[in-house]
Design a protein around this ligand. Structure first.
Ligand SMILES: Nc1nc2c(c(=O)[nH]1)N[C@H]1C(S)=C(S)[C@@H](COP(=O)(O)OP(=O)(O)OC[C@H]3O[C@@H](n4cnc5c(N)ncnc54)[C@H](O)[C@@H]3O)O[C@H]1N2
Ligand code: MOO
Length: 438
């Protein structure tokens, strides 16, 4: 046992939601950066400024399937008096060798293909006869079906100004320009840009590995039949899914029986692969509340976990501390399913996102008009009721009651309605703040 006096003092007082959250976040720093493959870095925060090594596009290229020409050669082209040019070859995207174009010549060119020397404009195939001699073409014929179209003559029916349908080298980004700044969250478009400029890997704060462990001798794995007094373990699934949703790599550990030795050895085994540990259950005042019993009694070398009462409902009993040689954060959540999930959203999700170095760690909140009255909310506690938010109407409707065992209501909610500590009832039509669960 360590810090008994401190522990007793902390247990004596009731913590506000903000105090507990501040305590958790004050002890969490972003994980050390590592170099990751692009797709493994999705959703992560960049820790380096990225400079463009080569211009984009890297060469002048065509934005249309058509013919690369000299603008001067087609300046007088009309529907009735087309410019007739000699086609000297094809340039496909990826072509390395480019034929030079002399006056009176054209090259059939594909979208993305380099503009050959001598050409200064591209005419789309629809402005030509496609080399068929039969009036305006809608498409080109496939090279494999009509290789002769890479030669012969093409009639161009409309003029094209110099530069027409050419995407100039560097028109997207130029060499040496900043591409992305440190602190950028890497979404699909940022990953696309990194790939386009040739970056195969990037330095980011990695996704935290979250180990989720539920406790309770009554718990049975879903899919297995229930015996007397047993229930299915839903928390570990819900919390693991929530951890993934928050951006973490989550590992679910099967339910651990209410036995101190088993819990202790399971935690020891799991520490090696965890950046953050989450337990559910066993934190209240019962005779089998093994999480509290075990973690409150860690030695100084093993770490410290404090158990406290919060002025909130659901989610009153909470444990938080740092354990193991690497002082891994552990959040011990209450076992009631709604309590554990609400606690996760309020405390674990921000912790995960702080480990990722994300700028915004909290779920967004918004005001909404509550369609129904909330008859009673405990005085002195911040209550988080489940709600169904209608963004268009700007309204929220309570779903189910306040009971922290109401799993179905939670599954039908998309928001948490916040009833502040000093509010004991909410009249229908009153404005409330809600947490959007996304
Ligand atoms: N005398 C008091 N009793 C209780 C108090 C209190 O202040 N005084 N607080 C209540 C509150 S509030 C909560 S919340 C719970 C927290 O209890 P524990 O964290 O110890 O959780 P357990 O007792 O293990 O379980 C509570 C409840 O949830 C069910 N459960 C647990 N784990 C799972 C799981 N993985 N999946 C599904 N359901 C689970 C469990 O069967 C219990 O029904 O304590 C109150 N009691
Ligand atoms: O805090 Mo408990 O979470 O009210 O049910």
């Amino acid at each position: 046992m360590n810090g008994t006096t401190d522990q007793t003092r902390h247990q004596d007082r009731v913590w506000s939601v903000a105090e507990h959250l501040d305590d958790v976040l004050s002890k969490i720093d972003p994980l050390d950066p590592i170099e990751l493959q692009l797709l493994d870095a999705q959703g992560c925060v960049l820790v380096e400024d990225i400079t463009v090594p080569v211009a984009l596009p890297p060469f002048d290229n065509s934005s249309m399937d058509g013919y690369a020409v000299r603008a001067a050669d087609v300046a007088d082209a009309t529907e009735s008096t087309p410019a007739v040019l000699t086609v000297i070859g094809d340039v496909a995207a990826g072509s390395g060798e480019l034929p030079g174009i002399e006056p009176g010549q054209a090259v059939r060119i594909m979208t993305g293909a380099p503009v050959p020397p001598g050409a200064d404009a591209v005419v789309p195939v629809e402005w030509t006869d496609g080399g068929t001699g039969q009036g305006p073409a809608a498409t080109m014929r496939a090279h494999s079906a009509a290789p002769q179209d890479a030669g012969g003559e093409v009639r161009v029916h409309r003029p094209a100004a110099a530069g027409a349908h050419i995407r100039a080298r560097g028109s997207d980004v130029t060499e040496g320009e900043p591409a992305l700044r440190a602190g950028t969250v890497l979404g699909p478009s940022q990953i696309g840009l990194l790939a386009a400029i040739g970056r195969g890997t990037v330095r980011v704060h990695p996704r935290p590995r979250v180990v989720v462990l539920s406790t309770g001798s009554e718990l049975v794995q879903p899919g297995e039949a229930l015996g007397p007094g047993q229930i299915h373990d839903s928390n570990s699934f819900q919390l693991t899914a929530a951890a993934r949703d928050a951006g973490a790599i989550a590992y679910r550990v099967g339910a651990v029986a209410d036995d101190a030795e088993t819990l202790r050895s399971t935690l020891e085994d799991q520490l090696i692969r965890a950046d953050i540990l989450v337990t559910s259950g066993g934190v209240s005042v019962g005779a089998y509340d093994v999480v509290k019993e075990t973690l409150a009694a860690l030695s100084a070398e093993e770490g410290t976990v404090e158990f406290r009462r919060l002025a909130m409902q659901p989610g009153k009993p909470q444990g938080f501390g740092l354990i193991g040689p690497d002082r891994i954060p552990l959040l011990a959540l209450p076992g009631n399913p709604v309590s554990s999930y609400v606690s996760f959203e309020l405390f674990v999700r921000p912790a995960i996102r702080a480990l990722m170095g994300l700028p915004e760690v909290h779920r967004p909140t918004t005001p909404a008009k509550c369609t129904e009255a909330v008859a009673s909310s405990p005085k002195g506690k911040r209550q988080f009721l489940r709600g169904s938010y209608d963004a268009e109407a700007g309204t929220v409707t309570p779903v189910g009651g306040a009971g922290s065992h109401l799993i179905k209501a939670m599954a039908h909610a998309n928001a948490l309605i916040i009833v502040p500590e000093d509010t004991t009832e909410v009249p229908a039509g009153a404005e409330v703040d809600i947490v959007l669960l996304g």
